[in-house]
Write a protein that binds this ligand. Structure first.
Ligand SMILES: Nc1ncnc2c1ncn2[C@@H]1O[C@H](COP(=O)(O)OP(=O)(O)OP(=O)(O)O)[C@@H](O)[C@H]1O
Ligand SMILES: [Mg+2]
Length: 287
């Protein structure tokens, strides 16, 4: 069950927390992080269960990217915990956290532009090179993004922005993660491509049972696909709930989701569509 929208905290009840641990999900508790002496995360808590998409939305500088960096071990937490399937990974480095089953798709895609699509995928599978099954993982990654199969021998730098985003996601999947965290995958993409990315996220949740933590400024895309949303402001979770709950919460909408595509009617339209992506449902979005 979803918690009330106005509760200023992103966690579920105790029983649900235990279930997240048992089932292999992600649990973030009272996470603090800083750049030098400047603290920018002031105690963020949230959970993401397998088969669930949680979206973190919020204004520029709210700490969304910092949250993802701290979860994936690129930035060391100053306090609080990150657990994956009940294992405390807070003190581990990024490589070891990745080996525990977490994949981070950072902002701006960061594919290797001079390497081919194939070689980018191979690098994504590097941590699993001793496990065998490379061909199976490659097939699974390409099934999600058939466009990449047609471009497998091209340098990644020749791909469109949307295709590079798909490659960044496919590369992350080559490590066969249980939890995937993505930083603004829709950034700068045309509405149709945003729809494809959103559909791929839904497939990762529904068909592969991944726990997905999605950071988005595109509130409309986030509300379309997420099961739960946490709203961040200045390093804190200030509201959380289902997309429908938050879209109907005037206080939250005015204070944190206002303007542009996140207008009341637009958001309600999205959640009333059933909060599930279907082809073409993001047509009216701004690119
Ligand atoms: N490398 C850094 N060094 C110092 N301060 C940083 C660094 N990266 C981010 N910050 C600061 O931390 C705060 C949170 O930044 P963060 O990038 O996490 O926000 P965000 O929610 O991802 O924003 P955006 O929507 O613009 O991507 C901001 O005040 C930012 O200036
Ligand atoms: Mg960011």
């Amino acid at each position: 069950m979803n918690a009330p929208a106005s509760k200023p905290h992103g966690t579920a009840p105790e029983s649900a927390l235990a279930e997240v641990d048992r089932s292999g999900g992600l649990r973030v508790e009272s996470l603090h992080a800083a750049y030098g002496r400047l603290e920018v995360l002031h105690g963020v808590s949230l959970t993401v269960a397998p088969g669930e998409i949680v979206a973190a939305v919020g204004a520029n500088g709210a700490g969304k990217s910092t949250l993802l960096r701290t979860v994936s071990g690129l930035l060391r937490a100053t306090s609080g915990t990150v657990t994956l399937g009940g294992t405390d990974v807070t003190a581990l480095g990024a490589e070891r956290i990745a080996a525990q089953g977490l994949a981070h798709v950072p902002e701006n895609r960061l594919v290797f532009p001079s390497l081919t699509v194939e070689d980018n995928l191979a690098l994504g599978g590097w941590t699993r090179r001793r496990d065998g099954g490379y061909a199976v993982r490659r097939t699974a990654a390409l099934e999600l993004f058939p466009r990449l199969r047609d471009r497998i021998a091209l340098p990644a730098g020749a791909l469109s922005g949307g295709e590079q985003q798909m490659l960044a996601m496919a590369r992350a999947l080559m490590a066969e993660p249980k939890v995937i965290i993505l930083d603004e995958p829709s950034l700068g993409l045309a509405p149709k491509v945003v729809g494809e990315i959103v559909a791929a996220l839904a497939a990762l949740r529904d068909d592969r049972g991944l726990a997905v933590l999605l950071v988005e400024q595109n509130v409309r895309a986030a509300f379309l696909v997420a099961d739960r949303v946490v709203v961040m402001d200045r390093g804190r979770v200030v509201a959380h709930g289902s997309p429908a709950e938050l879209a109907r919460d005037d206080r939250v909408r005015r204070a944190y989701l206002g303007g542009g595509t996140a207008s009341s009617s637009a958001l309600l339209e999205v959640v009333d569509e059933g909060a599930r992506p279907r082809g073409g449902t993001t047509q009216q979005e701004e690119a």
